[in-house]
Ligand binder design. Structure first.
Ligand code: C5P
Length: 243
């Protein structure tokens, strides 16, 4: 009998947000891009990456739906999947995921389910940087807009964008560093790298990906739907009508 090794990496997929800015009437992770939800698409990228413990953090009352999506995406690796209930803030949802990490896990990635189309390569790059010894890793994209500083309604300056970068997920951390940073955090931070940086650790970067954008608004949803449509056409077997 072959024994499958326990993965050294876990990913916490935070999917417990309400999606109030999307105003879809249901939690954002369960909004459809095609006949699959945002969460299901996010999990597809994850199961194409190297094997990881996969912890999905679901909105209260939607744990069963999250498990269905996760088990479908996992196929024959259902043993890797667990679902926990999220909290009132993103930080509380990540903490709920941290509580169920397996003992052997050394590196923890935290990923927004709302970044439904993040390719597996980004996960691989983040894991590579952790294996090379980084305390914390963030995938980043260059800032393309001109960023202006405001006071009230008035523009008071332009920020030099060469020193700025846009942070994506999955963000990866040495397990012990992330756990102790979360245990020490007294404020709410917008992402996990900020929690770990506040605990005094250096965060390094790897290249993100343009399709790893976060679905936040209706325009983002339309963009994501437009991107998955051609994917479906190209994956249709020859001779079958395109959907
Ligand atoms: O609201 P926003 O899209 O910025 O949230 C980022 C990610 O954090 C989403 O995937 C969302 O589901 C998740 N989240 C969560 N629990 C919360 C709030 C947000 O898991 N209480």
């Amino acid at each position: 009998m072959s024994i499958i090794p326990v993965p050294r990496v876990a990913v916490i997929v935070v999917a417990a947000g309400s999606g109030s800015r999307l105003a879809a009437g249901i939690p954002k992770a369960f909004v459809g891009l095609d006949d699959h939800t945002i969460l299901r698409h996010a999990l597809r990228g994850i199961f194409e990456a190297p094997p990881m413990q996969v912890i999905v953090v679901a909105p209260a009352g939607r744990e069963g739906d999250a498990l269905t999506d996760a088990e479908e995406a996992a196929a024959d690796r259902r043993d890797l999947v667990s679902v926990v209930t999220g909290g009132p803030s993103r930080q509380a949802s990540v903490a709920a995921g941290l509580a169920v990490l397996w003992g052997d896990v050394e590196y923890v990635l935290v990923h927004d389910a709302a970044r439904a189309l993040t390719p597996p390569d980004v996960f691989t790059r983040v894991i590579g940087a952790l294996e090379a010894g980084a305390a914390g890793v963030v995938p980043v994209m260059p800032v393309v807009d001109t960023i202006r500083q405001m006071e009230g309604d008035t523009i008071v300056g332009v920020v030099d964008r060469s020193s700025l970068t846009a942070a994506q997920t999955p963000q990866g951390f040495q397990r012990g560093i992330l756990e102790s940073a979360y245990a020490a955090a007294e404020d709410e931070y917008t992402d996990d790298a900020a929690v770990v940086a506040a605990a005094g650790h250096t965060i390094t970067t790897v290249a993100g990906d343009g399709v790893g954008f976060k679905i936040t608004t209706r325009a983002d949803l339309d963009r994501a739907r437009g991107l998955v449509r051609p994917l479906r056409h190209t994956s249709a077997p020859l001779g079958e009508p395109a959907l």
